[in-house]
Ligand binder design. Structure first.
Ligand code: QNM
Ligand code: MN
Length: 247
């Protein structure tokens, strides 16, 4: 359940949140992508980054998927992404939890605007845990893909970046989205510190992470559309049932 943190906002934060949601709804309806900067502010952002770094040095990240290396000669596979799942209740992740609550508040308010069909007609009630991702540089990347190609319920992808003083010209690591609405253009999003990006998770937004040459951290949340999610869970249960019977 998305906790409703609207009550604890001061007036100016309320206004800030309101304005942020208007931007989100407008951009999502117009482009299917929305980029907001200075989402938490420098101090909070650094506190989140420190928690992620601590998680990393404590070994919470699982080896990412192996990406077959281009040069077959030394057959060294480039380590792709490394990820760790956080539900926010663990010890030592209070700042990541704060980030999750802030994004929930933005999505909850924007979803209220949904009622007059402003945010893609989705009914958003739940989300995944936070996926904390690390690309260790050395050219690690993520091939072009669609997050939710087969209606698993996820409707909005939300990525918060933690990379201070990131310079794409030397470190790469661009998020490149190929919005299906625009055949001739792409959206290049630099993974800079305290930036948050939202985009529709389905086939409208194929995207890739270009090779990173410096450690690149990001935290992803996926929000579910209630109806699509319910159907996906039912389908999954039916599949399991038929597999059990077949066994
Ligand atoms: C590590 N990582 C990802 O980085 C992206 C992704 O699209 N990232 C975009 C970005 O970081 O800008 C993913 O979509 C993804 C999906 C499943 C498992 C891991 C994944
Ligand atoms: Mn993705």
């Amino acid at each position: 359940q998305l906790d409703d943190h609207m009550l604890y906002k001061t007036i100016d934060e309320e206004y800030g949140l309101e304005e942020m949601c208007n931007n989100l709804v407008k951009d999502m309806n117009e482009y299917g992508v929305c980029v907001l900067d200075n989402f938490l502010g420098r101090q909070k952002g650094i506190e989140v980054l420190d928690e992620v770094k601590n998680m990393y040095s404590a070994g919470y990240f699982k080896d990412g998927q192996l990406v077959a290396s281009k040069d077959k000669t030394n057959n060294r596979n480039i380590r792709g992404d490394k990820i760790a799942w956080v539900d926010g209740k663990e010890k030592g992740v209070s700042n990541i939890r704060f980030l999750m609550n802030q994004v929930d508040a933005v999505i909850t308010l924007a979803n209220r605007m949904v009622n007059n069909g402003k945010l893609g007609h989705y009914k958003i009630r739940e989300r995944t845990k936070a996926m904390v991702a690390c690309y260790e540089g050395k050219g690690s990347h993520y091939v072009k893909h669609v997050d939710n190609p087969n209606r698993d319920g996820r409707c909005i992808t939300c990525i918060y970046y933690l990379n201070v003083d990131w310079d794409v010209s030397e470190s790469g690591g661009l998020l490149r989205i190929f919005p299906d609405g625009w055949s001739d253009r792409v959206a290049d999003i630099e993974p800079i510190f305290d930036r948050i990006t939202f985009f529709w998770s389905d086939r409208r937004n194929p995207h890739e992470v270009q090779p990173a040459h410096r450690t690149r951290y990001a935290i992803t949340l996926w929000y579910f559309d209630a109806n699509e999610r319910e159907l996906a869970v039912r389908r999954y249960q039916r599949d399991c049932e038929s597999l059990r019977k077949a066994a």
